[in-house]
Write a protein that binds this ligand. Structure first.
Ligand code: RNT
Ligand code: ZN
Length: 418
């Protein structure tokens, strides 16, 4: 059987459930995912020579990581060529591209330092999202940034975030579409705090100062990400869930939920519908924590599927800013991007191929036996044939065929980076 014939057979089978596979493929094609540039170089960037700090960590030493803007851009291009659909690229401030001999500190960053990215975006038809980098910096050495009791330090990071808003606005203008700018700070404490309120009050004040600057709210969508703990910040994080949700709600910015940032049995999929009832938009960092916020590559597994189901069946595709956030240095980094991005898309497709109205009706009518039966039977429907058709229609390799490309690129490009 050819792929087309397989697809036709699958289409018929899903059709019997009232699911239109063609419509699902059309919808999926138009769901952009923001691909995190930082998988390409283990979250280092180009503006410092120091290690990754801030309570996050990459492990592994797989050869071939990008060392320059040119290398990172080439790697991103390669990855995007193997991912169906049109996506965004998520930048961090530390990925500024400086001219020969030039380097400015993070509080002095300007839009021009991202002009090379804009060129890249225009060449590839890609728009950007953005993030202040409040870590991996001498001013963040004691793990405190926007909540620091040291006014000099706190102000430095306030200025950095303001610079990032200006850069985000520039990106939005150049790309002709909004730029989501996500604020995450590592701030926290290794051991039992003597004061939990003070740092949060200072963080609140810093955010107030940042958001008081004039900026175009249609262009820059400011998000705020929470966290439960970091390495070396096991006992307390300033930007906890309650803090960020409350701040975002009161100040008209967007809450960002990273599914690695909650207690191990807490799931983001269950938070999405509640958030949607009270917020016009929410933002997600989809990741995979293994025992802790380990940022493993996103797999096509239950929680990824549940997250996608909530987005789709709550009719919230346009209201959820979808981004990935993981960093694995132990495997081919381009493959890590491709696997994670394609898995997120598979999860969305799986959700789009569910007879969601029918399943809801079964729940409302209390027909739980039938509901269980139907949800389980769906798992062995010919999902793969529809996915393969999606890849084919969008001009990217079907099934595992993309991997040959990555291997070739590894041999010809990555392994030569010594
Ligand atoms: C850290 C947060 C944050 C970072 C990126 C690099 O725990 O998840 O989003 O991973 O900004
Ligand atoms: Zn995150």
């Amino acid at each position: 059987m050819t792929g087309k014939e397989r697809y036709e057979a699958a289409k018929e089978q899903y059709g019997k459930l009232g699911v239109n596979t063609d419509e699902a493929l059309e919808t999926l094609k138009n769901i952009p995912i923001s691909m995190h540039c930082w998988q390409g170089d283990d979250v280092i960037g180009f503006d410092h020579d120091g290690p990754l700090t801030g309570g996050i960590q990459t492990t592994g030493n797989y050869p071939g990581k990008a060392r320059t803007p040119e290398e990172l851009m080439a790697d991103i291009e390669k990855a995007l060529s193997l991912i169906p659909g049109k996506h965004k690229v998520n930048l961090h401030a530390c990925y500024a591209v400086f001219g020969e001999g030039e380097r400015v500190d993070r509080d002095k960053l300007e839009p021009q330092h991202f002009a090379k990215w804009v060129e890249f975006g225009k060449r590839n038809g890609v728009a950007f999202d953005f993030n202040p980098t409040c870590f991996s910096h001498p001013m963040a050495e004691d793990g405190l940034t926007l909540s620091s009791p040291d006014e000099k330090v706190r102000k430095f990071w306030v200025e950095h975030c303001k610079a990032c808003i200006r850069i985000s606005e520039y990106l939005a203008t150049e790309q002709g579409s909004p730029c989501a700018m996500n604020i995450w700070i590592p701030d926290g404490m290794k051991d039992v705090p003597a004061d939990r309120l003070g740092p949060r009050a200072r963080f609140k004040q810093s955010l107030d100062e940042i958001l008081a600057m004039p900026y175009d709210k249609e262009k820059v969508l400011v998000c705020l990400e929470s966290k439960v703990f970091g390495i070396g910040m096991e006992s307390y994080t300033v930007g906890s869930s309650e803090f960020t949700l409350s701040y975002a709600a009161k100040n008209g910015i967007i809450s960002l939920l990273d599914n690695g940032h909650y207690h191990p049995t807490e799931v983001v999929s269950d938070k999405i519908p509640s958030m949607l009832l009270f917020n016009d938009k929410i933002a997600l960092h989809v990741t995979r924590g293994v025992r802790w916020d380990s940022d493993h590559v996103v797999l096509f597994e239950d929680e990824t599927k549940e997250i996608a189901k909530e987005i789709v069946r709550d009719d919230a595709i346009g209201r959820v800013l979808l981004a990935l956030d993981y960093f694995d240095a132990s495997i081919n980094r381009i493959a890590a991007w491709v696997i994670g991005m394609r898995n997120m898309q598979k999860a969305l497709l799986y959700a789009l191929l569910s007879p969601n109205k029918k399943l809801k009706a079964l729940q409302d009518e209390g027909r739980f036996t039938e509901l269980m039966m139907q949800q389980e039977e769906l798992k062995t429907y010919p999902f793969g044939d529809v996915w393969n058709q999606f890849c084919e229609r969008n001009g990217v390799p079907v099934g595992e065929n993309w991997f040959a490309d990555v291997k070739e690129y590894e041999e010809n490009v990555l392994l030569k980076r010594k």
